[in-house]
Design a protein around this ligand. Structure first.
Ligand SMILES: [Zn+2]
Ligand SMILES: [Zn+2]
Length: 672
């Protein structure tokens, strides 16, 4: 600090004559600060105008305040909770006592929001003590806000924001919030409320179910229209819908959030693994198979206990405990004495904690440390790249699981590289090449790369962090890779590079990561004998390219809209006969092509040709090959691609050659 009292950006800009009407915030370092929040007057900052990319989050979050204002005007008695900006929009969670919001309600709320926006209501900021804030929200009957106030750490500022005109109380609305917000509602853009869904308070299914209204806001109508079109496309591609239609996977309530891959899905899943496995050979990885269940001492040594405890599958999960407490609560004998029940529950929890001697592994890293440490290692063995497709289990709350993208049972294309500090750079370069190769095969060409730096809460010395962050940044720079830094978002033990891809409809997904970890080798006391004959500690790199294969399956299914390419498709072509006259010939062709390793289905049923083609299209098979009398005469087939392009009749063997050529994943090195 320069020692001068903080001043608001509005004051500073106005003095400089730079307070243009389209300025909605400023940027100080990496932080976007609104015009109302005092900053160090000596700090350098840049203005954020309405059309600038960082403005969008400020607009969206401010729009969520306006939505909450509209909701409380229209539905008195509704309590507010939180309303953040999210990718592509915003939401606000409400507790409405008298029923659920309908689509009709959303239209009404939207209309009210437009009125509020048109009223050009300025935003105001006010600091409060904890007691003042609690009195205020208590008086308003906002019990969730009281909980939020209690959760604010001691010493942190407590701010409320209100929008409205000073002289018109009926225009005013306030919220506990740390900002940033636009100067006035007139800066908000075009608004659209998109959906409403149940959401548990704080994502925990033991808490009350709230109603989350999702919306989006853009600076222009054209941008909003493009976004709505994307949403429609996303609904059509939803992997949960396609998973059912294409019989790829299923779920059952007796194994919640743990997918079953059905034969067609399992084929694709295993092909993904095979593909990565083939590249592993080329890139010098070795694969191991490691245990599923470990003694709790493993997780004590690794440090995952107690920090990661909630997500580890012990014999008793938080689910089991909740269930037990329900059972105990319903016992009539115990009903009389509430205090006894809670005492019994405490004892039960203590008991289960003691029997928690073993657990399902949530990740492979600690097990790999055991393998590394089982005998003396020489520097000549390094870098040692050890891959593991082992099944992992992580307990996730029922409120957060989603299709295949957030599950409790999964495996990763996971590997760890044990190496010397000097080898880290070349290992990352080689990993990047492997990763680009893999993404190329899946048609993910729009990549963005982020370097997540030291978080507040971390282990390891500053020198270790300095070394790790510099190494990663230097490798990226030397490789000519553009990247963005994410201060504070590194793992607890080290910085990481994140690889984000854009899918076919423009959504961004984080897939791969490589993380540098000096901590685990330390905790497991890993060593290797160096060239100098002395003992040295290796560095450990955690890396994955696709990440969770389950999650990748979901993302990729949506990316290709269920149309898997020939190299991945469970059936590469389906033969359809015009009438039963061609059935015998078609069966022969199918057997021939199968003998050449091709996956060929046959529809020789009694349906009309049109119906057979329609069915084949619905199952999104890459090729539909029609067989009529003419094809029988000339030993041919007449294939169409899945988008309907007619390839004309060709000898069955020529079709086989075409399929075989496409049956290999596209390679980067061969196409460039
Ligand atoms: Zn806010
Ligand atoms: Zn790991």
């Amino acid at each position: 600090m320069s020692g001068v009292a903080p001043r608001t950006p509005r004051e500073l800009l106005s003095e400089r004559g730079e307070l243009d009407p389209d300025v909605i915030a400023v940027r100080v370092g990496n932080e976007v600060v609104d015009l109302l929040t005092p900053i160090d007057p000596g700090a350098s900052f840049t203005v954020v105008r309405r059309g600038d990319p960082p403005a969008l989050d400020v607009i969206r979050h401010s729009t969520s305040h306006v939505m909450a204002q509209a909701v409380q005007r229209l539905f008195p008695g509704t309590q507010v909770t939180i309303g953040p900006a999210i990718e592509n929009g915003f939401y606000y969670d409400f507790d409405r006592p008298d029923g659920n919001f309908t689509d009709q309600d959303l239209l009404k709320i939207e209309k009210e929001m437009r009125r509020i926006i048109a009223q050009d209501l300025p935003f105001h900021r006010k600091l409060m003590t904890r007691e003042e804030a609690k009195r205020l929200f208590d008086g308003m009957g906002e019990k969730y806000k009281l909980e939020l106030i209690d959760a604010i750490p001691e010493g942190e500022e407590i701010s409320i924001y209100w929008q409205g005109k000073e002289d018109k109380p009926d225009t005013q609305w306030l919220d506990l919030c740390s900002g940033p917000h636009v100067p006035s509602t007139k800066h908000l853009g075009v608004v659209k409320l998109t959906s409403v869904a149940g959401a548990y308070w704080r994502g925990d299914e033991r808490n009350p179910m709230l109603q989350r209204i999702y919306g989006t806001a853009f600076a222009t109508q054209a941008e909003l229209d493009a976004h709505l079109k994307m949403l429609e496309e996303a609904r059509a591609r939803d992997h949960r819908k396609l998973g059912k239609e294409l019989e790829l996977f299923m779920f059952h309530e007796w194994a919640p959030a743990m997918p079953f891959f059905l034969p067609r899905g399992a084929f694709v899943y295993n092909r993904l693994v095979d593909f990565v496995r083939e590249l592993y050979t080329e890139y010098g990885y070795q694969e191991v198979v490691s245990p599923q269940i470990f003694d709790r001492r493993l997780f004590e040594t690794s440090g995952h206990l107690p920090n990661y405890r909630e997500n580890i599958y012990f014999p008793a999960t938080p689910d089991t405990l909740d269930h037990l407490s329900e059972v105990m609560g319903s016992l009539p004998r115990l009903h009389a004495e509430k205090a006894d029940i809670s005492k019994a529950l405490d004892q039960l929890r203590e008991m289960t904690r003691r029997i928690e001697a073993v657990a399902q592994k949530p990740m492979n890293c600690p097990g790999h440390c055991l393998i590394f440490g089982q005998r003396r290692r020489s520097y000549r063995e390094l870098p040692w790249r050890v891959a593991d497709f082992g099944r992992l289990h992580r307990f996730e709350r029922g409120g957060v699981v989603h299709g295949l993208t957030r599950v409790r049972s999964f495996s990763q294309d996971d590997a760890h590289i044990f190496c010397t500090p000097e080898q880290v750079k070349s290992e990352i370069v080689s990993f990047n090449r492997l990763l680009f190769e893999v993404y190329h095969a899946f048609g993910f060409t729009d990549l963005s790369i982020k370097l997540a730096l030291r978080p507040e809460n971390r282990v390891g010395s500053d020198e270790q962090w300095e070394f790790a962050e510099n190494t990663l940044a230097t490798v990226l720079r030397d490789s000519g890779i553009e990247f963005e830094t994410l201060p504070g978002e590194g793992a607890i033990y080290g910085p990481k590079i994140e690889f984000h891809v854009k899918d076919a409809i423009g959504r961004s997904w984080q897939l791969g990561t490589i993380q540098m970890d000096p901590v685990l080798p330390d905790r497991f006391g890993l060593e290797f004998v160096g060239q100098d004959g002395g003992s040295h500690r290796p560095v450990m790199l955690h890396r994955a390219i696709l990440g969770s294969l389950e999650r990748f399956f979901g993302i990729y299914t949506e990316h290709v809209a269920g149309k898997f390419p020939v190299w991945l498709a469970p059936e590469q072509a389906v033969l359809v006969t015009v009438s039963e006259r061609q059935n015998e010939y078609a069966r022969r062709v199918q057997a021939d092509l199968r003998a050449r390793g091709l996956r060929i289905a046959l529809d020789d049923g009694p349906d009309k040709l049109g119906a057979k083609i329609r069915n084949a299209r619905l199952s999104r098979v890459p090729y539909i090959a029609v067989v009529g009398d003419k094809e029988v005469e000339t030993s041919a087939v007449a294939p169409k691609t899945s988008d309907g392009t007619d390839l004309g009749a060709m000898p069955a063997q020529a079709f086989a050659e075409r399929l075989l050529a496409e049956a290999k994943p596209p390679r980067l090195s061969k196409t460039q």
